[in-house]
Design a protein around this ligand. Structure first.
Ligand SMILES: Nc1nc2c(c(=O)[nH]1)N[C@H]1C(S)=C(S)[C@@H](COP(=O)(O)OP(=O)(O)OC[C@H]3O[C@@H](n4cnc5c(=O)[nH]c(N)nc54)[C@H](O)[C@@H]3O)O[C@H]1N2
Ligand SMILES: Nc1nc2c(c(=O)[nH]1)N[C@H]1C(S)=C(S)[C@@H](COP(=O)(O)OP(=O)(O)OC[C@H]3O[C@@H](n4cnc5c(=O)[nH]c(N)nc54)[C@H](O)[C@@H]3O)O[C@H]1N2
Ligand code: SF4
Ligand SMILES: [Mo]
Length: 674
């Protein structure tokens, strides 16, 4: 490594937490590459990060604190000093607390950075403040809930096992866009002779790279899995010995639920014909080592957790868990490796405060009382763009009596509604400790370059706010490196001293979960729980989506683009140009039926509102489904209402765990008025 090359880690919300090599010249990052010595990255990073230096040194970066001087949303601000900004925030908060109590203040954050210290920096501060708490459930908590209903705390598979599989199923995961190293491993498994399948709702780039893609109706994976289970049981393809030794509740499930789930009955629900469902079931049961990699999209439905629960039964009933290379990977939970309560400090809360679900920000800002939300502090998240029911969120952000502070790298749509904007560092400008959530790697890194302008990290900003509030806890006088050291020096069964030392040195390091994915099963009964009486439904079963009750003709998928990550990366012009504009993909038959033509402006609408798109007719989407990719910054939308796709998504929650239902959307589409 030459003197100018520094190690860093990709901070974005991606399962891989890639190791990076950053070339630094005169305090600026001039090149970013994948670390060839990182065991997952192996030199390969996605196209979004290949020019991370363009994000870090973007002319759009915020470099000083800003005070709003025009109407909310207008983007008119004047620079102020950090001192003044902290003073204004703290004095306004003191007034609000005196009048309404601490719960009138709401923090809002999610996953702008996944580093353990910077991501969790606000928790001790807002606990000490007595603020409302935020349930951070926008991504995929229903996936964990569905897995846990069957498998409890049993850890996930190691992705490397995919190489021993003879049938890899990418189930509801657009791996070529969202998990490129999974895609690389799956492609390698295919070269080794495995068959590769994808199960999705439209023909994604991932579907182009597999042997066979199966397109199903949105939110119908439970129906597909139940029908496969019915075939497996009916045709005697189950592993009865494994079932007897490891499962609880199978016989009753097979007698009461499965008879109603024949492929013929499930065909109209999931949109695959009965013969194909039978073929899938038989091939799954016949495979020596079937490996399912489950994505997150399919969990963002009113029945999301239940659908995952149904899929989780498949490897249990065929006894796939016996065989290396076989099983199901939802994600890896490495929470036990670094005790986060050292950072989050629940003990700073003097009494439990109310919890507000982040998916219902619109309602929280407009409809809450006792107390109303009088101040919103947003950090490393962009709710005006990424949160469901955008019209409600923006209506709330427009409130004149709402005091909004946004800590950001860019003047996002959310920042445009702020009273005070604080400039944030990028990951190259602050230290942190990262862990993958698709495998078991972790890595620490220091700052590679000094802060751009007057930007400050999340942790440093909360330390200033704590001082501004006049608090004297020594906790808020530590550095981010002190906190990292606390996490590392706390011993856990995941790390021996040699592993911890490697982490201290900034090496990519493998953590070892104290138990294995192949048992003992970490459930209350010690068995794989096909029956679970702690759930509202004791058995996996068919549940409806929300959207099917909406009575609208098309199902909308607000899917991801390879050229951005949620609303991040829109600041890079070249990446944004690859997306061209916000398209609505529709099957030609659906377009003909509505007399719509490719390239035309259309409006998609439902009860939350309407959004303008450019129509793109394509048979990549099945009849009855429309798709738009990307979560666009409103300022780049050329047409119509200037609102994005999240106008159409709702605040409804998943069946379990309070998750978002961003994919559970129905719309009507018509021509936009000329
Ligand atoms: N390039 C890029 N990478 C990203 C992101 C990004 O925005 N862009 N976002 C990051 C984040 S925060 C996350 S959570 C992950 C998510 O990454 P993934 O786990 O891949 O999840 P999604 O892309 O949301 O959805 C995966 C696929 O599920 C499909 N799908 C939707 N509904 C259903 C259904 O009911 N059944 C089935 N079988 N499939 C369905 C979608 O069409 C999509 O192709 O990606 C991360 N990585
Ligand atoms: N329509 C639609 N909506 C979606 C999704 C979708 O696929 N489609 N995906 C959903 C999912 S899965 C998720 S996880 C959420 C993600 O939602 P968010 O977590 O809000 O993710 P981003 O849109 O990437 O916004 C992160 C912001 O953090 C800022 N940031 C980055 N690093 C730092 C830092 O160190 N400090 C501070 N203060 N700021 C920083 C970035 O500039 C960026 O504006 O979006 C959800 N919304
Ligand atoms: S976004 Fe994911 S694939 Fe891309 S560099 Fe970051 S961790 Fe790696
Ligand atoms: Mo996510």
């Amino acid at each position: 490594m030459n003197a100018d090359q520094r190690r860093s880690v990709c901070p974005f919300d991606c399962p891989d937490a890639c190791g990076l090599l950053v070339t630094v010249q005169d305090g600026r990052a001039i090149k970013v590459a994948g670390d060839p010595d990182h065991p997952i990255t192996r030199g390969l990073i996605c196209s979004k990060m290949q020019h991370y230096e363009r994000t870090v040194h973007s002319p759009r970066r915020l470099t000083t604190p800003l005070l709003r001087t025009g109407p909310k949303g207008s983007g008119t601000f004047a620079p102020i000093s950090w001192d003044e900004a902290i003073k204004r925030i703290c004095s306004r908060w003191q007034e609000i607390i005196a009048r309404h109590g601490g719960e009138a203040i709401l923090p809002y954050s999610y996953a702008g950075t996944m580093g353990l210290v910077q991501r969790n920096s606000g928790h001790p501060f807002f606990h000490r403040l007595g603020a409302s708490r935020l349930a951070r459930t926008i991504c995929s908590p229903a996936k964990d809930a569905g897995w846990q209903a069957v498998m409890g705390e049993t850890p996930g598979l190691d992705q490397a096992e995919m190489q021993q599989s003879d049938l890899v199923i990418l189930w509801g995961i657009n791996a070529s866009a969202t998990s490129i190293h999974t895609m690389r491993d799956a492609t390698q498994a295919r070269k080794n002779g495995a068959r590769l399948w994808a199960i999705d709702t439209y023909r994604t780039p991932t579907c182009e790279a597999v042997d066979e893609a199966f397109l199903i109706r949105p939110g119908s994976d439970g129906a597909l899995a139940l029908a496969m289970l019915q075939v497996i049981v009916n045709e005697g393809l189950r592993d009865q010995l494994f079932i007897d030794q490891n499962l609880v509740g199978f016989t009753e499930f097979a007698q009461t639920i499965l008879p109603g789930c024949t492929p013929e009955r499930m065909e109209p629900v999931c949109g695959l014909d009965a013969a194909t469902i039978r073929r899938l079931a038989r091939a799954f049961a016949a495979a020596k080592a079937p490996f399912i990699r489950l994505g997150s999209g399919l969990t963002r439905y009113g029945n999301g957790a239940m659908n995952v629960r149904c899929i989780t039964c498949l490897p249990a009933i065929t006894g796939a868990w016996r065989t290396p290379g076989a099983g199901l990977l939802c994600g890896t939970a490495t929470g036990g490796a670094f005790p986060l309560t050292l950072l989050t400090r629940e003990d700073f809360l003097t009494a439990p405060t109310r919890i507000i679900n982040m998916n219902q920000l619109g309602t929280a800002l407009n409809g809450l009382d006792n107390p109303p939300v009088m101040s919103l502090y947003v950090y490393h998240s962009n709710p005006a763009t990424i949160a469901p029911d955008q019209n409600a969120v923006i209506r709330g952000l427009r409130r004149d009596d709402l005091f909004t502070v946004v800590h950001e790298r860019f003047l996002t749509e959310t920042a445009r509604y702020a009273d005070i904007v604080l400039p944030a560092t990028s990951s190259l400008e602050h230290p942190d400790l990262y862990r993958c959530y698709g495998s078991y790697q972790a890595q620490r890194c220091g700052a590679a370059i000094p802060p751009v302008g007057e930007a400050k990290s999340n942790w440093n900003t909360f330390c200033l706010l704590a001082a501004g509030m006049g608090w004297d806890e020594p906790f808020f006088r530590q550095s981010a490196d002190d906190l990292i050291e606390q996490l590392l020096s706390c011993q856990t069964p995941w790390r021996d001293t040699a592993v911890t030392e490697r982490l201290r040195q900034g090496e990519p390091t493998l953590l070892t979960p104290p138990s294995t994915p192949r048992g003992p099963w970490l459930t209350p009964s010690g068995r794989i729980e096909i029956r679970n009486d702690r759930e509202p439904e004791p058995f996996p079963c068919l549940l409806p989506t929300h959207a099917e009750a909406d009575g609208l003709s098309l199902r909308l998928q607000p899917a991801v683009t390879p050229h951005a990550l949620n609303s991040s990366f829109y600041e890079q012009d070249a990446l944004r140009d690859r997306q061209e504009r916000m398209l609505l993909m529709m099957h030609p038959e659906d377009a003909d039926r509505r007399r719509l033509q490719d390239g035309q402006q259309v409006l998609a609408r439902n009860r939350q509102g309407e959004v303008a798109f450019t129509l793109h007719t394509t048979d990549r989407v099945p009849v009855g489904t429309v798709v738009t990719e990307g979560v666009w910054w409103q300022e780049f939308l050329a047409t119509g209402t200037g609102r994005g796709v999240n106008v159409l998504t709702s605040q409804r929650l998943t069946d379990r765990a309070g998750g978002s239902t961003l994919y559970d959307v129905a719309v009507e589409v018509s021509a936009a008025a000329a």
